[in-house]
Design a protein around this ligand. Structure first.
Ligand code: ADP
Ligand code: MG
Length: 388
């Protein structure tokens, strides 16, 4: 469904449900992670992009302290009081992203009136495109406008992250929210997760992405936690070995890794090589993009995937298969797993002329191997969240 028709359907349903027009509407897109994997919690760098589908949130004042919230695709309503905002872990769990964001937004503000709210989107849920962050960011922008609360992008991203942590129970980083807010058409977002400063980098018009959704992404939380622990252990080791300050793997170069990894457990050393290498690939990637070197940028995406596959071991058979197949297709510059790993999606950088044929080739190859096609969508880096 196109964004325009999602917007129209939402307005129609809003009027039907609440008997009035909304007084504020906001939109926020999903995101793809393009380069820089597991670097956010190592205070490193990530290239991401906002995508061309997203979620709309419409709201009006409720006239009392009551809040009424409707997920428009389900037409299911949740009612709660402004002074008693609590997550519900059992029913309509979509409410938690909205409630958590609302609670964070109004903290420290004297808000006396509730809202009538409704949202609708076209991002496939749970497929690694971050529908949850899109929901948080459109909620945040819409309600900030409704209540006249001024909020800057990074604090709003942190409100969304807190909603994930405390209301939805997902310990995510800030990448999803920042990408949804900061994206620009035809641009990648390059974020420094130490300073939380981000910039957009032009990709030109000769590229788009394919997202190939393989097996259901399960952030096998035990595996994820083990990777984080290995990165922390490695950072502590390098902090002892190196003369300059090291608090995170961000502070260690690949050259230092090669010399000073002695004494580290081999698996831990391999784990550490991944985010360190990823940081260097993001910085190198920025230089290559500046020169218009798409083949060089794509090579870094392949390098990133093989680093995931062999060093960090956060890939899986299906992801490896798609990346290996993508390498054979003309017009494909690069491919890698996108997001946490252990399943989920492969992101492919491709010339738009070849996007359709590449999509069909990948879906068919996947079907021949696994019996079911993988879902492939063509994605163009797009504008980030905004009010309407
Ligand atoms: P992802 O963020 O990768 O899509 P998550 O599991 O983090 O996956 O978030 C998906 C959840 O977000 C859904 O299960 C649902 O609760 C909520 N959600 C996000 N967008 C919508 C929407 N438009 N309608 C209903 N629920 C939504
Ligand atoms: Mg999510």
């Amino acid at each position: 469904m196109q964004n325009e028709s999602v917007y129209r359907e939402l307005l129609e349903k809003f009027v039907k449900q609440f008997g009035r027009e909304p007084s504020a509407v906001a939109y926020a897109p999903g995101r793809i992670e393009v380069l820089g994997n597991h670097t956010d919690y190592n205070e490193g760098f990530v290239f991401s992009a906002a995508i061309d589908c997203g979620t709309f949130f419409a709201a009006a004042p409720s006239g009392s302290s009551e809040c009424r919230l409707v997920a428009a695709d389900l037409m299911h309503e949740v009612v709660f009081d402004l002074h008693d905002i609590r997550p519900d872990k059992e029913n309509d769990t979509w409410q938690n992203y909205v409630k958590g964001t609302f609670a964070g937004l109004i903290e420290g503000h004297d808000v006396k009136e509730g809202f009538l709210g409704m949202f609708l989107g076209n991002i496939p849920l749970g497929s690694g495109l971050s529908s949850s962050a899109a929901l948080e960011m459109c909620t945040g922008l819409c309600l900030a406008k409704l209540y006249g609360i001024a909020v800057e992008p990074v604090p709003l991203a942190k409100i969304g992250q807190k909603a994930e942590h405390e209301y939805a129970g997902c310990k995510c980083g800030l990448l999803d929210q920042i990408s949804s807010l900061a994206g620009k058409a035809g641009m990648l977002v390059k974020t420094d997760f130490r300073s939380l400063v981000y910039e957009t980098v032009n990709m030109g018009n000769d590229v788009c992405f394919l997202m190939c959704n393989t097996v259901k992404h399960e952030l096998v939380s035990g595996e994820y936690d083990q990777r984080r622990a290995a990165c922390e252990a490695a950072a502590a080791h390098f902090a002892k070995e190196l003369r300059h300050p090291v608090t995170h793997l961000r502070d260690v170069s690949m050259a230092e890794w090669a010399i000073y990894k002695r004494g580290l457990d081999e698996t831990v050393a391999n784990r550490a090589a991944h985010p360190i290498g990823e940081d260097e690939r993001v910085l190198l990637g920025a230089e290559r993009l500046k020169r218009g070197d798409l083949a060089g940028f794509g090579q870094l995406m392949f390098d990133s995937h093989y680093s995931s596959r062999y060093l960090f071991e956060n890939s899986c058979e299906e992801l490896d298969f798609v990346v290996d197949e993508a390498r054979k297709i003309p017009g494909v510059y690069g491919a890698r797993l996108s997001g946490g790993g252990f399943g989920g999606s492969v992101v492919v950088l491709v010339n738009p002329r070849d996007a359709e044929t590449a999509s069909v080739a990948l879906a068919n190859a996947y079907k021949a191997k696994y019996g079911t096609p993988c879902n492939v969508s063509v994605i163009h880096p797009s504008d980030g969240a905004h009010t309407l």
